[in-house]
Design a protein around this ligand. Sequence first.
Ligand code: NAI
Ligand code: MG
Length: 484
Amino acid sequence: MGKETQNMWSYAPALEGTGHLTIQKKYGLFINGEFVKPNSGKYFKSINPANEELIAEFAEANEKDVDLAVKAARTAYDKTWSKMPAKERGKYIYRIARMMQERARELAVAECLDAGKTIREARDIDVPLACNHFFYYAGWADKLNEAFPGKKPKSLGVAGQIIPWNFPILMAAWKIAPALATGNTVVLKAAETTPLTAMILAEIIQESGLPNGVVNIITGAGKTGAALVKHPDVNKIAFTGSTEVGKLIQKSIAGSGKKLTLELGGKSANIIFEDAPLDQAVEGIVNGIFFNQGHVCCAGSRLFVQESVAQKVIEKLKFRLESLIVGNPLDKNTDIGAINSKAQLETIEKYLKIGKEEGAEMFQPKCDLPKKGYYCPPTLFLDVAQSNRISQEEIFGPVLAIQTFRSIDEVIQKANNSPYGLAAGVWTDKGSRIFNLTTQLRAGVVWANTYNKFDPSSPFGGYKESGFGREGGLHGLTAYLKFD
Ligand code: NAI
Ligand code: MG
């Protein structure tokens, strides 16, 4: 497709090569250091959402497979990992981090193909951050007593971890690295539409010489996840995904003594005051909701603009949207790649319809979407009411609901009027206003004059229906420890 017709700017295509990536036709389950066939005998397909082509087939783990994985993790915990000096544990984690770095390009391309996310994002954010999580937590492995002085931190045992499809390799790193650093062993279940990078990570782990069974990686859908949650010999569940499934998990383990952390959905507010640097703010808004197709739990999906600058900001935003390139995720020029799955595209399209029916004004720039694959243009909804579903419910797509405000109290009240509380962004020149808002917004993370910035050393997590527990930083260790 000629970029000329799609967009106000024209760029020559700059496709990332895929020649260096070898994808197997079929992947087994990674249990006890080996790739094994599933007892279920069943495999499922993962496709490339950018062109609907088959990526590979992945094993569907049933209860028996889950049990084998948990048993392997238990044996590794009892016999090897819990007995190993912490410093030695740290060395393995460092080695995994370095090996991931060596295969960074491969991981980035694999993520791009299987998830539909842009190569720019996968290469510059997902993969380096995933490596950095391993590096960061490797450093903590032998310093737990210093991290929690006088509290005698102890590992929990076997951690069952379930991750979603929006940041596949990064979520695997967020889950595995702190669990290993604290001396736990792991059974991780990858998401059904994006299992590829988890299996490449399994190859890396196998090659790293990590003792067998310390990390087991299984694939399958909700049923496999539920079997892992219910397994009696799992000590801790860490889940990232929908609020709906988070609630099911909480119910299913109630009274079992299993420790739980949940990182769920969001409907985060990005708040622009009249004194903000507006061009910078517009970039922040675009980064907050349109990059990564809005598949970000902390996406700035609600925009609140102070009335005096609302028209100006909306004009700038519309102009910026005209220049966003939607299309092939492998093209380095692409800003918005493919929606992760057909089901997710249908959800987003359902909300576009709801928004229009609710009376909001919809704006989409002109763009020719590729004929094959799942795509959604960046979308603004103007004149949105606080009670509209598009401003209350998580859409998980490149869709921004815009409201205006006059006073600071009004915007705090509006921003907090949400069942979620994961993140927020505040754009203003005034430092005291930033501090005022960070204390009053009920959100786990508040970014000031930036958005969607991550670092392994800062904790991340939500309030209310966005879940509980923190990942990242020192806080992320606590989730995998018990104290005397
Ligand atoms: P989901 O919550 O069903 O999937 C997340 C993970 O949980 C996957 O690995 C899935 O296989 C597993 N899972 C599903 N049912 C399970 C169960 N009963 N027990 C244990 N594990 C289970 O999310 P889905 O259906 O892919 O997306 C639905 C909506 O959830 C999205 O539209 C979005 O709004 C939200 N979501 C939020 C994410 C976040 O990062 N907070 C990530 C993905 C989705
Ligand atoms: Mg896929």
